[in-house]
Ligand binder design. Sequence first.
Ligand SMILES: C[S@@+](CC[C@H](N)C(=O)[O-])C[C@H]1O[C@@H](n2cnc3c(N)ncnc32)[C@H](O)[C@@H]1O
Length: 500
Amino acid sequence: MPKLKLKTKLKKHDRLSITVEDLALGGRGIAHVDGMTVFSDRTVPGDEAEVQILKVKKRYLETKLQSITKSSHLRIQPRCEHFDICGGCTWQMLSYEDQLRFKEKQVFSTLEHIGGLKEFERKSIFGCRFSWFYRNKMEFSIGWKTFEKISNHSSEQDAFSIGLHKTGRKYDLFDLQSCHLGSPWNPDIVDAMRQFFIKHHLQPFHFQKNNGLLRSLFLRESKSTGDIMINLVISHEPFPQINAFRDFMVEECDRIFRATPQVPEKKVSEKNEHYPFQPPKLRSLYVSRILPQKGQKTRIAEILLHGEPTIRETLTVENDTLHFQILPQAFFQTNTFQAEILYAQALSLAELSGNEVAYDLYCGTGTIGLFFAKHVKKVYGIEMSQDAVKNARESALLNNIKNIEFFCGDVAEEIHFISEKPDIVVVDPPRVGLRDKVIEYISALRVPKIVYVSCNPATFARDCQFFTQLGYTLKIVQPVDMFPHTYHIEIVALLVHDSV
Ligand SMILES: C[S@@+](CC[C@H](N)C(=O)[O-])C[C@H]1O[C@@H](n2cnc3c(N)ncnc32)[C@H](O)[C@@H]1O
């Protein structure tokens, strides 16, 4: 292939003055200079900025922000003290209304630019009622403030860190003091653990040297019951202090949760900021060992140190309340309140008559299928996580739902084992979207309706385009915001077979 000539004489390290015009998928500002598209982090439309070129591609430039020379009128004061260094919620400098406006626009423009799709009903985005403290799951990394420094020296206790990743840095962390996406007590749990690790001289896992114990920490909770799950992920190394760790955390959680101000259920602050959480209580304390095996899938050995194996969550969709059990490895939507909205939209788009056979593909803990079950004849769910399928089956029993069956494995394989043909298929794949052979199989069955739930507009647009080439029409697209203050966006959409 002949090499395309670069459109620009600009080169790496050059500095540019830009005026940001829009926001790209993935959250970065977009500007144009010298016929090239310029992407820059941490800018918003209307900003005038100095940036330095990091990469020169054929049609675009990747840059690093040097300074904002004139602030956009869209900029607001970010709420979080870590905003400048945290790689997490990077849209905090926009009002929530503006975030929603940009997300909605991105969904529809991505469908047009990647999928070539324009003719469908565009529904207005559903925003979150509670835009802060909404996450029910947080992962914190355990490592060093400056990884490169520690690589060349032996352990330095003050360089130890447990928190989140610094923006643009793959390995460097900062100590979490506060976070406004997870629950207000999370930083206290993190802090207690930090004290324990420092006191016992426990070291983070060093993936190049393959030594050290501590890898990461998952905090999970139920918004309806207040159940808290703590899961410390460690390496293969011995952890002789494990019982002391258990006793310490049980005691610390008791202290932290007793000090947590009780927000009465359904009481919302004037700014609609606080979700109605239940008083927290430690339900499950796990330590999970990551055991890499040569040539095989990494094994995770879970040790339940305290309490029950699952946390319990409750969702209400269209006056139907269901209860769910959640194990550490099982997927559950991270925004409990907005999951109810998302599932209600999926049900509404499906317009079920009661006689359908429905497939719930990539079903996680079976949530969508279990809500569909009351409105159809039969549901088949497929999911590859064993924990999630275990939870899904338990939840079917718990909710006395008998017309649902779950298969554990890869959708592309398991789908062939279901003999009953579907009238409707719900797909909710991970960010990579659907494999071609799954789209081909569903299309060959000429399934009348597909409800597509997606957390990635780009792969969603690609897959919709493929469906339309195989006999489907994209009818309705409904963006739903599950992730305020980040650039992430969820979509639920309806595709209908052209023969219907
Ligand atoms: C976005 S989640 C959706 C889960 C569920 N629909 C919900 O709303 O909670 C995607 C799920 O697909 C599962 N998964 C990923 N790849 C898969 C595959 N090839 N076959 C089956 N399940 C898969 C993941 O384990 C995860 O539970």
